[in-house]
Ligand binder design. Structure first.
Ligand code: GLU
Length: 574
């Protein structure tokens, strides 16, 4: 077997564990990509947002408290990725009673949605970018109701206090980050959109990195929600602004009603867990496919000894790819919002089923066709995966508080800048493009077809890994569209099987298959794997793959954190 050792040694050499101090005014990103702490820690995609979370943790707040403060600042400073105009999934471990809970704040389709909403008049699917822009793909935002639900369960500090860091930054101004400035400069649509262009393109020019930007409109919304609770976002003036913006969109104007927004419900879902080596890996069930994908892939890999193989060798990558292909085949057939279609979650994750799937994998050669298995009785068929190659938006952050509680949360407005519609200082999502554009496939209804009130299938994979004693050992997750599961499991395998520092596992090259070809992160040492993988029968493509993994490894020696060097994240703690 051809084993090509990747150049991860230089990364390992950098793994000097610098203890994290509190915080200076400007956080140097490079020196905070990794770190250790004793009491509490946050790893998040933006220094200002991570600092808001750190402050809450320092003040005795819970992991959920810190998550709320962080997500509010992310709404302001990383508007391309997530915010109160979008959705999220949150996985929570409670140290006091050992309970694991998963919260679903995914967007819902309005009453006006229908199965053919992303078809052109001639019945063919719309071009994805045409559908993503404007009003049609905007789902009812779920972030605030979800955070309110989690706060009611696990909050320690006052709800209102958690909004202070974001309100202050919105009123006083913050420095536009290089990443935000770069994405604004590259965007060709937003400078034409009323309500969005004046904020991001003052005088017709994109905001430059370092520009001090204020957002008084968002400060006003956050103050109202801080003082009166999340309900303020779901009735009255704020939803009226959303409805009007969606209706007046220059592209794809659409109908969302006050009732659509008022009736939004955040939900607690059953966590999805599998045993992997000596660990339990737990994540988000439907409407996300994330937990099932990560769980199935690891459940199949459990039958192979990755720990004995060279990290990121062709031999190991081949197995991960084959397991991924099988999991994606099942995802395409079975996974959608299970409030609407029956998803055989336990069948898909049953050890016997995964053992049978593992027997389909040859260590030497690519299986010709990776077909879905018989995991449950279902007549549903899913059409082609419409998720495009993207990965510039969405955000993941991980938090551990001084009490031992852990939060792993992924939040999104779908693609960069979502629908590109802005109201009251925040952007609205385009999450409904995560539905299948084709409501039928070869005469079968598609599980993930749009319907009123339904949540589009996600791949977001906020994950917590536990040891045998039920103690959390790793909180991890990533943005990246349908590649999210692949990024997340790279980090899990790196830490568990290859004993890597979590920051090195995060930084290691991304290599992902979503059922089709194997994508290798361009410009990395992993490019060297191409010939060996091709020799095993794989089609290999080189791609830009902007993961945004932010993880915390909880060890006997303390907390070890890592932030993805592909974005602007940092690790802070004490
Ligand atoms: N909308 C995607 C999902 O929920 C996430 C988008 C991204 O990460 O770019 O799976």
């Amino acid at each position: 077997m051809n084993t090509i050792r990747l150049a991860i040694l230089p990364l390992l050499a950098l793994a000097v564990l610098a203890p994290l101090a509190g915080c200076d005014d400007a956080i140097d990103i490079e020196s905070h990509r990794r770190g250790t702490a004793t009491h509490y820690m946050i790893a998040a995609a933006n220094p200002l947002a991570a600092e808001a979370g750190r402050k809450i943790l320092a003040d005795g707040g819970s992991a959920v408290d810190a998550a709320i403060a962080t997500e509010m600042v992310l709404t302001l400073v990383e508007p391309q990725s997530s915010g109160i105009g979008g959705g999220a999934f949150l996985v929570h471990h409670d140290a006091a009673d050992g309970k694991l809970e998963t919260y679903d704040g995914r967007e819902t389709a309005p009453e006006s949605a229908h199965p053919g909403m992303f078809l052109t008049p001639d019945g063919t699917p719309m071009r994805w970018p045409d559908a993503a822009l404007g009003g049609r793909a905007v789902g009812v935002p779920g972030v605030l109701r979800m955070l309110a639900l989690a706060h009611a369960d696990h909050g320690i500090l006052r709800w209102a206090d958690l909004f202070e860091p974001a309100i202050k930054l919105a009123e006083d101004g913050f420095d536009v980050s290089p990443r935000l400035a770069g994405l604004l400069a590259a965007d060709t649509e937003m400078r034409e959109i009323p309500g969005t262009k004046d904020y991001f393109y003052p005088g017709g020019e994109p905001l430059k990195a370092g520009t001090v930007l204020k957002n008084p409109a968002l400060a006003k919304v956050l103050r109202a929600v801080a003082e009166n609770g999340a309900a303020q976002f779901y009735a009255g003036r704020i939803p009226a602004g959303i409805i009007e913006t969606v209706a007046a969109a220059p592209a794809n104007p659409a109908r969302m009603t006050a009732e659509d927004i008022a009736s939004y419900e955040a939900k607690k879902r059953y966590p999805v867990c599998v045993t992997y080596r000596a660990y339990r890996v737990c994540g988000m069930g439907p409407p996300s496919s994330g937990g099932i994908l990560v769980g199935q892939i690891l459940g199949i890999l459990n039958h192979f000894d990755l720990g004995d193989m060279e990290p990121f060798s062709a031999e190991a990558v081949h197995l991960i790819v084959e397991a991924s292909r099988l999991a994606f085949a099942d995802r395409a057939l079975y996974v959608a919002d299970d409030d609407f279609v029956p998803v055989p979650v336990s069948g898909l994750l049953a050890p016997g089923y995964l053992a049978a799937r593992a027997r389909l994998v040859s260590p030497e050669a690519r299986m010709e066709e990776a077909l879905p298995g018989r995991a449950g009785r279902t007549a549903w068929r899913y059409g082609t995966d419409d998720a495009p190659e993207k990965g510039r938006s969405t955000t993941h952050f991980s938090v551990r508080d001084r009490y031992g509680n852990v939060v792993s949360i992924t939040a999104s407005i779908e693609r960069a800048f979502g629908s590109k519609l802005m109201t009251q200082g925040f952007l609205l999502n385009n999450e409904l493009t995560d539905f299948s554009f084709r409501p039928e496939s070869k005469g079968h209804p598609v599980a993930n077809a749009p319907a009123p009130g339904k949540r589009p299938r996600s791949t977001m994979s906020p994950t917590i890994v536990f040891d045998r004693a039920g103690k959390p050992v790793l909180a991890i997750g990533s943005p990246g569209g349908s590649r999210i599961a692949g990024y997340t499991l790279k980090a899990i395998i790196g830490v568990i099987d290859w004993n890597m520092h979590v920051a090195d596992a995060i930084a290691a090259p991304n290599i992902v298959s979503r059922g089709g070809p194997v994508d290798i992160e361009a410009g990395t040492a992993a490019e060297a794997l191409k010939p060996a993988l091709e020799a095993m029968g794989h089609e290999v493509r080189l791609r830009e793959m902007t993961s945004g993994l932010h993880g915390i490894h909880i060890t006997a020696e303390g907390l070890i954190g890592g932030a993805d060097p592909r974005r602007e994240g940092v690790v802070l703690g004490d």
